[in-house]
Design a binder for this molecule. Structure first.
Ligand SMILES: *Cc1c(COP(=O)(O)O)cnc(C)c1O
Length: 365
């Protein structure tokens, strides 16, 4: 049996560190926005190479609050990509702005810069590129478009902890970057958690207010905020994990390269990466004809798979009011019918990759 994802082995590998982190919090008796959160914010900022990190309750809130902190709100349009998961769009709407979608490029399945250029209107205020699967977007093409039109850029880094573009970490290109620490992400809490990274101290300051009911100091509320705080237990667990993140990402890379090599010549190939992009390999996604039959075949051999994502956001009932329909984003629509994510996590054995690929090789449509 090779499950699609197995989180318990991650815990077992660092169990003493996690247990002592949890004990530290319990012994202290301070549970929300305390010492652990402060330390984690500093340590994650240092790891990423940014000035400021502000912990929040989820990746969705990180996108939402980053947009608000940058002054994006009602009446504004925010461009993102149809090939993402729903929370990217939910977050834009939570900020009060209107999501405008563009298609992905057929080779990489990430945000199409030409699509962005033609979606810009006088109301466009911001761009949310999504480094999907951990594959960086074509930032050399996107950033000049944003600069030319004076757009704010919030990178959706929920799958991109450790991804690099031209050697520079994803999350350091835009005005702000949103990270999710949902348990399955490359850096995963034991519950919901997220953070915004930014180089701008004013933005960071505003984020600290927004996450805590708009409070500037105790019981003095200067703007309408939300409750989106990072708790001490999650921050302590994330601190225990952070020193292992580079090694975990290295393990993902090694396994992904093994998939690349072994899948050569088989009719299941991953999308290309943008030029100069180093993935964080959050997911190993391949495209294939007869996707559903292949999944059934793999399941019968004990190999778990998932689809990220089976319905492009513009065809989700929750997004119907945006006014898009089938045919609007052919690249994202076609990909949704062909993609399948194979098992990939740091604790996966290289032999397991061989078994998965062998099972794919034995598939007869
Ligand atoms: C997980 C994810 C989110 C949302 O993060 P949560 O922590 O679940 O709110 C947003 N965008 C992308 C691309 C994601 O993978």
């Amino acid at each position: 049996m090779i499950p699609f994802l197995e989180l318990k082995s991650r815990f077992r590998a660092i169990e003493p560190e996690v247990r002592s982190a949890i004990d530290r919090v319990l012994d202290r008796g301070w549970y929300v926005l305390g010492e652990e959160v402060q330390h984690f914010e500093r340590e994650f900022a240092d790891w990423l190479g940014v000035e400021h990190v502000v912990g929040v309750a989820s990746g969705t809130d990180a996108i939402h609050l980053a947009l608000r902190a940058l002054g994006v709100g009602p009446g504004d349009e925010v461009i993102t990509v149809a090939n993402t998961c729903v929370p990217t769009v939910t977050a834009i709407e939570a900020a009060g702005a209107r999501p405008v979608l563009v298609d992905a490029t057929p080779d990489t399945l990430t945000m199409d810069p030409d699509g962005v250029a033609s979606a810009i209107t006088p109301k466009t205020r911001a761009l949310v590129p999504v480094h999907l699967y951990g594959h960086p977007c074509d930032m050399d093409a996107l950033m000049p478009i944003a600069e030319e039109h004076g757009l704010m850029v919030v990178e959706d880094c929920a799958q991109a902890h450790g991804a690099r573009y031209r050697g520079r970490p994803c999350g350091t290109f835009g005005h702000a970057a949103a990270f999710s620490f949902y348990p399955s992400k490359n850096l995963g809490a034991y519950g919901d958690a997220g953070a915004v990274a930014t180089g701008d101290s004013k933005i960071a300051e505003r984020l600290r207010r927004l996450r805590s009911y708009g409070q500037e100091d105790r019981y003095r509320h200067v703007e309408r905020g939300v409750n989106s705080r990072l708790d001490e237990l999650q921050a302590a667990i994330l601190r225990a994990e952070l020193p292992h993140l580079d090694a975990w990402n290295q393990s993902r890379r090694m396994l992904a390269e093994r998939y690349d090599r072994l899948l050569e010549g088989l009719p299941a190939r991953r999308p290309a990466k943008a030029q100069r992009a180093d993935s964080s390999w959050h997911l190993y996604v391949v495209r294939t004809q007869h996707r559903d039959a292949l999944r059934t075949h793999l399941k019968a051999r004990g190999v778990g798979t998932e689809i990220h994502y089976p319905i492009p956001v513009h065809l989700q009932p929750a997004c119907a009011h945006l006014g898009y329909s089938r045919g609007h984003f052919p690249v994202a629509e076609r990909a949704a019918g062909e993609i399948v994510s194979l098992p990939l996590y740091p604790e996966l054995a290289p032999d397991d990759v061989d078994i998965v690929v062998h099972a794919i090789g034995a598939f007869q449509p």
